[in-house]
Write a protein of this length. Structure first.
Length: 219
């Protein structure tokens, strides 16, 4: 099924990621390694490599003697709590990144923005998981640059962006996110901590408005 054995794990990861983001594989479903071996026509090694990556991103869970299963969607309250937490820490995170701005950081953010913009223009189902990955990478790059290791570690454990795109993906959601990112990057490029803080706060508040109708109905 796959041409290059050196990238089997990556290719299987991409296929499973798309199925998980789109909920074609529903929350709670058990993932049998043997069944995946038969599905993809490969050995267990690349299957396990893909599942380990997905576990690191919070999309699958491994339990002793039970194997892997798809992580449940967070509850509505959990999503609300995540947004409240993000509003407390991410504006300060962006301000810190602006204070520590560098050509390397700005170049990385601009590259991620362009890749996200390209995906919004494609507007295909295959672009959904890729956008989620890029969105997570964008926020993580800012976290890495902010100079606060506690913020960086806390955000990395929330798996916010993967769960949000499992909850809801639409081209307009992605397009609005890119526009908001542009303002954050511009402030970081200028080294303007106040503007970066305000732009990040506005971005998270707008994201909450977009997603609230979908997460508030969850138990």
């Amino acid at each position: 099924m796959f041409a290059s054995r050196t990238s089997l794990g990556d290719e299987i990861y991409e296929v499973l990621l798309a199925d998980l983001i789109s909920l074609r594989i529903p929350p709670g479903e058990r993932l049998s390694i043997d069944a995946l071996v038969r599905q993809f026509g490969v050995s267990q090694t690349p299957i396990r490599a893909a599942l380990i990556r997905l576990e690191a991103e919070g999309l699958v869970t491994k339990k002793h003697n039970a194997g892997y299963s798809v992580t449940a969607l967070p509850s509505g309250k959990r999503f609300a709590d995540i947004y409240a937490f993000r509003l407390l820490v991410e504006p300060a995170m962006a301000a810190g990144a602006a204070s520590n701005t560098s050509e390397r950081l700005v170049a990385e953010l601009e590259k991620l923005e362009q890749s996200m913009l390209d995906l919004t223009r494609q507007n295909t189902e295959a672009s959904y998981p890729k956008f989620a990955q890029l969105d997570a990478a964008y926020h993580q790059a800012i976290a890495d640059a902010c100079g606060n290791e506690v913020i960086e570690e806390a955000l990395s454990r929330l798996y916010t962006h993967m769960h949000l795109f499992r909850l809801r993906y639409h081209s307009t959601v992605a397009e609005e996110a890119v526009k908001e990112h542009l303002k954050i990057t511009a402030a970081i490029r200028d080294g303007d901590a106040d503007a970066a803080e305000a732009a990040m706060r506005a971005h998270i508040e707008e994201s909450r408005k977009r997603m609230r109708p979908f997460y508030k109905v969850l138990r």
